[in-house]
Write a new protein. Structure first.
Length: 424
């Protein structure tokens, strides 16, 4: 891990100085204005978090360290993790080092399997994953070194150790959650010759490794890796980690937020809706049929799953990347055809309603269809896939936060009476 640590030490030193200079010169400058509407709407749009791993401009979509996500779809997750941390795309030697670290750290402690065995057989897959992560807290390098009196300038190094251990173990744990929960057979051994995402595909074993499933897993892990720090999972993890709770505590907390239907669970709901629509029409619904259904859905004051986004005001570029993959690998699949027909119909319907600010699809509108094509049809598992990918970004954000010495997150709340007086 010498190359990555040396690079991070260099990046963090320069970044710390940059932030210190900015705070010294402009610390009292107002950079935003909070409205009563923002307070009532869950702090929507308030600029109050520092995140350099990625940004999500409403008119562009996800940008990783200055690179639009559409330009990064050929990268491996190992490369993305390096990019998130350092701001640079790694060279071959850097990738080999990270891949070697993941392989060296991949062994999951036996007690984790015992913990999973002790859970009820019908536990939700996200509960199983997050319980497994939290159970490993006893192995936290950060917690141990903090108790030993670790100086503050080493916090990021201990957090990096925890991150590498967690990410390395994630494929085996997440794959066993799938195989155990849905009775797919015994736990499989990893393949050290494979990259991180392909090994995850191997451990799941839902499709032929010679087909497109490993490539889909690589793409899935890249597209879901990060989405700035204001979303529920990233902000929750950052808040917990800011109290110097180690990464096992904070990542588990953040992924608990990801499990909600307004966040990561949305991918499950999208495919459920799509399958029900196909069942209703006995196959691939036409654009006209979907148009009629969408109009009825809006009239009933319900939403079309997969359409609209809290931030974006354009088609999610991650959706577009999945569509391009589908056209190349499963263009004739009925579910994928349905995704394309929905894309043709729904935005036109939603544009008729002025209150709907974003009529465009988000990433969830396409991902489930591709997973189903390769035989991964258990929709309750889909958020686990999301979580495995998002662990890359959450861990990277935690490492950088500790390296920059960011303080505990502690906003101030107001009472309704205070707000009434302020608005009068």
């Amino acid at each position: 891990m010498g190359r990555l640590k040396d690079k991070l030490a260099q990046v963090l030193a320069g970044h710390r100085q940059e932030l210190q200079n900015l705070l010294k010169s402009s610390g009292t400058k107002a950079v935003d204005q909070v409205t009563a509407e923002q307070i009532f709407s869950g702090a929507r749009g308030i600029h109050s978090l520092l995140c350099d791993t990625s940004s999500v401009p409403p008119d562009k979509g996800l940008i990783i360290r200055g690179h639009p996500i559409a330009e990064l779809t050929e990268l491996f997750p190992e490369e993305i993790f390096y990019l998130l941390l350092t701001g640079e795309i790694p060279d071959k030697a850097d990738v080999e080092e990270i891949r070697g670290e993941f392989s060296r750290r991949a062994a999951v402690p036996d007690y984790v399997w015992h913990v999973l065995d002790a859970l009820p057989a019908d536990s939700h897959p996200m509960c199983m994953l997050n319980t497994a992560i939290l159970s490993m807290q006893r192995d936290s390098v950060f917690a141990r070194k903090y108790e030993e009196g670790m100086p503050k300038d080493q916090y990021w190094e201990a957090t990096l150790e925890d991150a590498l251990n967690i990410i390395a173990r994630m494929p085996a744990i997440a794959a066993w959650v799938y195989r155990k929960r849905f009775k797919k057979g015994p736990r499989l051994d990893g393949d050290a010759s494979l990259d991180w995402a392909a090994n995850y595909a191997h451990l799941l074993s839902v499709a032929d490794m010679k087909g497109g499933f490993p490539s889909l897993m690589r793409l899935y892990m890249v597209l879901h890796c990060d989405h700035e720090s204001g979303n529920v999972s990233a902000m929750t993890a950052a808040t917990v980690n800011s109290a110097l709770s180690d990464l096992y505590y904070s990542l588990s907390a953040g992924l608990n937020g990801l499990a909600g239907p307004l966040h990561g669970l949305a991918n499950q709901e999208c495919l459920t809706w799509l399958m029900e629509t196909m069942k209703k029409y006995g196959g691939v619904p036409t654009v006209e049929q979907i148009t009629r259904d969408a109009e009825e859905t809006i009239a009933a004051k319900r939403v079309v799953p997969g359409y609209g986004h809290a931030v974006l005001r354009v088609t999610d570029p991650r959706f577009s990347a999945f569509v391009e993959f589908g056209k190349a690998h499963c263009a004739d699949d009925p579910i994928f055809k349905s995704v394309l027909n929905v894309y043709e119909a729904v935005p036109k319907v939603l544009k008729k309603y002025p209150k709907i600010k974003n009529p465009w699809p988000n990433v969830d509108a396409a991902s489930g269809a591709l997973l189903a094509h390769y035989g991964l049809t258990e929709q309750r598992y889909y958020t686990v896939l999301f979580a495995v990918s998002r662990s890359l970004g959450i861990c990277a954000q935690a490492i950088l936060a500790r390296g920059l010495g960011q303080p505990i997150i502690r906003p101030t709340s107001v009472t309704t009476s205070w707000l009434k007086k302020a608005c009068s």
